[in-house]
Design a binder for this molecule. Structure first.
Ligand code: C5P
Length: 410
């Protein structure tokens, strides 16, 4: 992306299939997301949707011909190939996959794909039997081995009446894919190759089958960190307590309920030799206590007073830290006074590398807010002064925190 315009340039390739109609919605979304879009349509695509529709949506003439004298004077195939920052083919038909896989250059789209250095994403869409066909699957694998990025089709009811895999993902899903790839190409991949596990949200401790003890944590900070770590190139596993948030794109999410449940999942993940954990970030608001035993039946309101018998929950962060001295440990703390003293105490007690402290006496940041502000403290051996992160969105704070983590993780 070396050109003057700040907008990311995307070529949307549309091929012949009933899902081509969704490409119009997708083109609209790309424009709304502030991309500059040029559309290339194959002949097959034009049987399903007209170039005029795409021209009206993108504000640019649609490209359809390879050997068009007029086009070659202006935006010919080489200019288009150089113009693009990214190419996304949606829908990609079995025919186009086969032509791309064998290096054909018999129409504008395949020729541009051969001539570009831009990353190419492709979203196959076809009948489920065609999608399952060995030749199609072999072409998909071949394209992936050439560096093309597959956007796997969804499963469900198809336009032809069949049920199975082969549906084009919805336009917002396609947009999430392209945004993810853009970030991967534009943001420094400081956590490439790292596996990060993040706990987030409130735990929920059962009192009886219908009641529980919990807290107001929304999980927003943990989810923002999951996105920031992913954008920095990490593989991210999010252990989510009680939250009402959408799973970030390309993040593996495991839902849990109680603190014990969260600890169990954290222990399983950190002892998996297949996918070793490099960094553990604990943002979860874990309930300090749980009921000694949840009542098996709903408790009736017969007594004038009742007492809950509570026992202390395990400290997930401290447990994982003690058992895994090689994992880079990041904790959070909410303090109202003597922030530095308490932060340092927790760093030492829980054997952390970094602790991020919020001042919870401020009502404009923290729990339910979209903003946060914090001071980051480092373990003594790093000999690093505390870093204040001034009030900003949780996404911005997460980015800054990830930069600090990346500086210190080996
Ligand atoms: O001791 P305190 O609750 O202030 O510690 C906060 C940090 O420890 C947070 O990172 C939190 O996610 C983590 N924690 C935990 N398990 C607990 C309590 C806190 O992982 N039971």
């Amino acid at each position: 992306m070396t050109h003057q315009s700040t907008k990311v340039r995307i070529i949307l390739g549309i091929t012949g299939g009933i899902a081509a109609y969704k490409a119009a919605f997708f083109a609209r979304l790309l424009i709304k997301a502030d991309f500059e879009v040029r559309v290339i349509m194959t002949q097959g695509a034009q049987a399903f949707i007209t170039p005029l529709t795409l021209q009206a949506l993108t504000g640019n003439k649609v490209h359809t011909e390879l050997l068009d004298a007029e086009a070659e004077l202006g935006m010919g195939h080489i200019e288009l190939a150089k113009w693009a920052d990214f190419i996304i083919i949606a829908p990609a038909s079995a025919n186009t996959l086969a032509r791309l896989a064998s290096g054909c250059a018999d129409d504008l789209l395949t020729t541009v794909c051969l001539a570009t250095t831009a990353p190419i994403l492709f979203a196959p869409a076809m009948n489920q039997q065609m999608w399952a066909n060995k030749a199609v699957q072999a072409n998909v694998q071949r394209l992936q081995s050439y560096g093309y990025h597959l956007i796997a089709p969804n499963s469900g009811e198809q336009a032809c009446g069949d049920v199975g895999a082969g549906r084009l993902p919805e336009p917002d899903e396609l947009l999430a894919h392209i945004e993810y790839h853009i970030k991967r190409h534009t943001i420094p991949q400081t956590l490439a190759g790292k596996h990060v596990v993040i706990t987030a949200g409130a735990t929920l401790e059962a009192i009886d089958p219908v009641r529980y003890l919990s807290n107001h944590s929304t999980g927003k900070m943990g989810f923002a960190l999951a996105r920031a770590c992913r954008d920095a190139g990490a593989t991210v596993t999010l252990i989510a307590g009680h939250v009402y948030l959408n799973t970030p794109f390309a993040v593996n999410r495991i839902d849990v309920s109680s603190a014990n449940n969260m600890l169990e999942v954290a222990e399983t993940l950190t002892s998996d030799p297949q996918l070793p954990v490099d960094i553990f970030i604990a943002t979860a608001a874990v309930a300090d206590y749980r009921t000694r035993e949840a009542a098996p039946q709903k408790i009736k309101k017969i007594q004038e007073q009742m007492t809950l018998d509570l026992v202390k929950n395990p400290d997930i962060l401290a447990t994982i830290s003690a058992d895994n001295p090689d994992i880079f440990m990041v904790g959070f703390a909410a303090e109202t006074q003597d922030v530095e003293k308490y932060a340092h105490g927790k760093l030492v007690a829980k054997k952390l590398d970094i602790i991020a402290c919020n001042d919870v006496s401020r009502s404009d940041i923290g729990f339910a807010s979209d903003d946060n502000a914090m001071t980051v403290f480092f373990a003594d051996h790093y000999q690093h002064q505390p870093v204040p992160l001034s009030k900003a969105s949780k996404d911005k704070i997460a980015e800054q925190l990830v930069a600090l983590i990346a500086q210190h993780v080996s």
